[in-house]
Design a binder for this molecule. Structure first.
Ligand SMILES: Cc1ncc(COP(=O)(O)O)c(C=O)c1O
Length: 333
């Protein structure tokens, strides 16, 4: 039956699974699944606060970082007010804004990255919330500390700026922002993190935000009671502790993304250096794109057709392990 297994490279999960320590925590705690979870898991909040050098009251946990994105929109965008983000970026920002009946505007990328300068001409009196994915999904590019700092210095303080760092642990570029430092001077900055990517816990749905006191209190206030499940925060706590697993995943990913980038370029594909665990390809025609998608699909490898992001001529491939990547290159050569 193993011959029928699909290799899923469409949602940027960790191809190496999750930490054994997190698995053990799941097995140990599932027997207590008849109990309600803690309303605000203090131990995990404290652990995160120590890791990031903030207070535990500045940590907000959520059912995935999309749960927190939803609560940010719910809490900070009123009737007639607007959300701003980038086109060719994470789709949940626009989707959730529309679910809550808010307009969401989309600034263009610059060289496939979320250059905040491009946001400036879209800001108006109604703008309340800005989302910047860093690294950007689906292009894998980053903005630097200097770019984010300059933006925070020029954007009105009444606007909440969200920097979504779901893939931060994969970044090796030293110019990546130290967002916690920036938050100390810009209290309107909210930092988002996910346990779904390098921590390998996508199925358990847990993410967190780091936010200034009032923003954190507001986000906590609008949470659905018990929305965090019992297994998620026990597993997350162990996943955080297992730094060997994280370093190993990041190291292997770095080797594999360099391999894919080099090989795709050698074969003449359009691609861009990625700081994440996925790689972006774009094509001149639909036929070329569909050909790549179909070759991989017929070999049981499922990747993301970025039609869902509104891009007709691009694909995103989650970076798999060495064996998978060698196979992809062989198939597309
Ligand atoms: C930029 C970005 N933010 C957030 C998320 C959602 O993460 P979570 O699983 O924590 O809701 C994703 C998932 O793909 C993402 O790409």
């Amino acid at each position: 039956m193993t011959g029928l297994k699909m290799t899923k490279l469409s949602s940027n999960e960790n191809c190496y699974g999750c930490s054994q320590m997190a698995r053990d925590a799941i097995l140990l705690n599932y027997q207590d699944a008849h109990l309600y979870p803690e309303l605000h898991p203090h131990a995990l909040k404290e652990q995160l606060a120590q890791k990031y050098g903030v207070r535990s009251r500045n940590i907000v946990l959520g059912a995935g970082s999309v749960g927190i994105i939803n609560n940010l929109i719910l809490s900070f965008v009123g009737n007639g007010e607007e959300v701003l983000t980038f086109e060719n970026s994470f789709i949940a920002y626009g989707q959730l804004s529309h679910i809550h009946n808010h307009s969401c505007h989309f600034a263009p990328l610059a060289d496939l990255s979320c250059d905040p300068v491009n946001l400036m001409s879209y800001i108006n009196d109604k703008t309340k919330l800005i989302f910047i994915a860093n690294p950007n999904n689906p292009t894998g590019t980053i903005i630097t500390h200097a770019q984010l700092q300059a933006f925070l210095e020029s954007v009105p303080e009444r606007i909440v700026v969200v920097i979504d760092e779901a893939y931060a642990e994969y970044v090796t570029d030293p110019s990546f922002p130290n967002s916690v430092n920036l938050q100390a001077r810009h209290s309107n900055l909210v930092i988002l993190h996910s346990f779904s990517k390098i921590y390998g816990l996508a199925g358990l749905r847990i993410g967190f935000a780091i936010a200034e006191n009032d923003i954190a209190a507001e986000l906590t206030h609008c949470q659905i009671p018990f929305s965090l499940n019992y297994l998620s925060y026990h597993a997350a706590s162990c996943a955080l502790e297992d730094t060997r697993f994280i370093d190993d995943s990041a190291g292997r990913n770095d080797i594999q993304r360099k391999y894919l980038e080099t090989e795709f370029r050698r074969m003449g594909y359009n691609t861009i250096a990625t700081q994440s665990n996925f790689i972006y390809l774009w094509f001149d025609t639909d036929a070329e794109k569909v050909k790549v998608y179909d070759i991989l699909l017929s070999n049981r490898i499922i990747i993301c057709d970025l039609k869902v992001f509104g891009q007709e001529l691009a694909l995103r491939i989650t970076i798999g392990d060495q064996e998978t990547n060698t196979r992809i290159i062989e198939l597309l050569s």
